[in-house]
Design a protein around this ligand. Structure first.
Ligand code: RP5
Length: 161
């Protein structure tokens, strides 16, 4: 993430990866304030054993795109509504509108949990154990929705229109 101030959002990705048992590292790498560290981090990421990079940044969010320009690992970008964001669109568009040849998988504004899930799915595409855990997560999610609509149906509101 680009700043300590992004942690309140980015911790949702970390929490998901922790829950599902995927090893990860969480750190601060700023495209604008520590550009040399960003180059070093991105260019050594694959050799270090990383499989996916989740990069979260707000405002003029250049971090995900710049990281993607420096590595062949998949990069997931999390646009963050930060103190320097106008309304969040600045960050969304900075991450979404990448030039041809340098893709970043952009999730929703503040969508760090989805970034964690997508990263796990990328790892799971070649790791059966991880894939099984994601399948189990989806079943839990489905059951929660089923419980919600059953509760609504119990009230007799199902066909009230
Ligand atoms: C971006 O600027 C960071 O990713 C953060 O979202 C935003 C504001 O940073 P701080 O001024 O809070 O450190 O580069």
């Amino acid at each position: 993430m680009g700043s300590q101030s992004d942690l309140r959002i980015m911790k949702e990705a970390a929490e998901f990866l922790e829950e599902i048992g995927i090893a990860f590292e969480l750190t601060i790498v700023s495209a604008h304030r520590t550009p040399h560290r960003m180059v070093e981090y991105a260019s050594s990421a694959r050799a270090k054993g990383l499989k996916v990079i989740i990069a979260g940044a707000g405002g003029a969010a250049h971090l995900p795109g710049m990281i993607a320009s420096l590595t062949s690992l998949p990069v997931i970008g999390v646009p963050i509504k930060s103190s320097n964001s106008m309304d969040g669109w600045d960050s969304v568009l900075s991450i979404l509108q990448m030039p041809s040849g340098v893709p970043v998988a952009a999730v929703a504004l503040n969508g760090a949990k989805n970034a964690g899930i997508l990263a796990a799915q990328i790892v799971g595409s070649s790791d059966k154990k991880v894939a099984k855990k994601i399948d189990a997560f989806k079943v839990v999610m489905q059951k929660k929705v089923e419980e919600s609509y059953r509760n609504i149906e119990k009230k007799g509101w199902k066909n009230s229109l």
